[in-house]
Design a binder for this molecule. Sequence first.
Ligand code: V4E
Length: 195
Amino acid sequence: MIEVEKKFILGKEDISRLVSGADFIGEKVMDDTYYDYGDLRMMKDDNYLRRRDGRYELKLTISETGGDGRDLDRYREIENSKEVRDWLGLGDGVMEEELDAVGIIPFAHYFTTRSKYRKEGFGIDVDTADFGFDIAEIELMVGTEDEVDDAKQRIYKFAEQNGLKISYIEGKLLEYMKRNNPGAYKEVKKAWVSL
Ligand code: V4E
């Protein structure tokens, strides 16, 4: 199955409208720390290393086109510890020490409360980040690549019917950086132009 998901910025009224009539599935708090080299070279290549609730995960670009052709909602996710270490070229020592030895350091940390719902066949995640930012992800599962475009259109239609605006969304990490480290944020955005 392929997960097709789109992000939407939320105001407080948007949340109540979106989840009205939805089935509540559950809620969890996620503790995310993002890591990179001091020059943010992984993020500049659209690759991400994070520790979520104590486990290290990679989110890697699957883009072949680069630049504006990138599909911002589709990444390869690696959660297997050995594969994470192999991709980073690390040994099998204590992870924090291995990272530190190659110059990979934490650069962003925040908690997110994620509430999961189902409505009319769509999966809805409502994320509330502790730095004051709400975002929704609407998801559909499809069986083949051929169904992806249609699923995106269905997500947009569902979002519109639920009063959400379709706009350019940067997500939690970029918003966090914009607020806490605007210089690094600008540098990353500049690097993406030439991807
Ligand atoms: C993929 C990505 C970033 C890493 C954070 O990913 P995100 O999906 O925002 O986190 P989250 O917590 O929702 O992860 P999940 O639980 O779904 O795994 S930071 C930026 N990107 C990609 C990206 C991009 N390349 N360009 C723009 C404009 N926005 C986002």
